[in-house]
Design a protein around this ligand. Sequence first.
Ligand code: 2P0
Length: 331
Amino acid sequence: MDKRAIIQGYLPQHIEPQETARAFAPSNIALCKYWGKRDANLNLPINPSLSVGLGKLGTETRLSPFDDPQDRVSLNGEAVDPSSAFALKLIAFLDLFRPAGSPRLAIDTHNNIPTAAGLASSASGFAALMKAINELYRLNLPVEVLSAFARMGSGSASRSLYDGFVEWRMGVREDGMDSHGVPLEATWPELRVGLLTVTEAEKPVGSRAGMARTVKSAHLYQSWPLQAATDLEQLHQAIAERDFERLGSTAEQNALSMHATMIASWPPLLYWQPESVAAMHRIWRLREEGLALYFTMDAGPNIKLLFEADSQAAVCQAFPELQVVTPFGSA
Ligand code: 2P0
């Protein structure tokens, strides 16, 4: 289905832009991963996913109308080439909402996520942009509609409209409007996410191309929807019961299962570097020694450690370079 046609059905008749609009959205780390699309145009997933937001780490976007024939994009204070893939993607998304004849925009985006940590900024980026568009054009759209629209920019952005734990329901509708984030009420103040940058090497294949390749070529992928459904259930239970071992072990097995499907693709997709594998062995050794420490990984070589506040000193001693995030504020 056509994105523009879906969106137009939700927009007010008359749109008058504000002077300027500003919005923030947090980055998120999936504990049950999104891997594979049933509709690549609308970013509709093959499986539901569940994430935890990274609190104050994310993207702030400001939109300011101005008189100029062209939009202007900046990232972290630096002008971005308007013909770059980054600028074109943002502007194409904006154009889905911009009323005919309304002014061009300065789009200023700031990420406070350590870029080297390999965290997806597309999730917080499209979520912040969607919130800023909603402000600028006074669309007054409900958050689940903003989440479904942000998903059309980047799938994982559907989870960045909310703080804390978020399930991205896969939905069944052809227009995808029931495929959006749903926040969980539960909080977990002691939960910690440690960002471990094992290498700053560029990843050769992005998530979008990577998941398409896996769905197309990996027979092993057939087992993924069942794995994800089982893990989602386990994570809901772990969160409800504050059972950290269950949360950590489910998230780790989910990430490794996703990576198994990547490795089984052709040509193979192995995002791991030797440093990633070394870190995994270190984590497993520490766990054998009694530390409640687990990890998850996305489509890159870096590792996100999962632990609780009472293990933080021991974890930071083992990984002195770790950047620790408190998803639910201070414990
Ligand atoms: C996730 N990833 O659930 C999974 C795990 C990467 C590995 O969501 O094509 O940038 O824009 O919908 O959202 C990264 O994929 O992909 C991602 P698009 P997106 O966090």
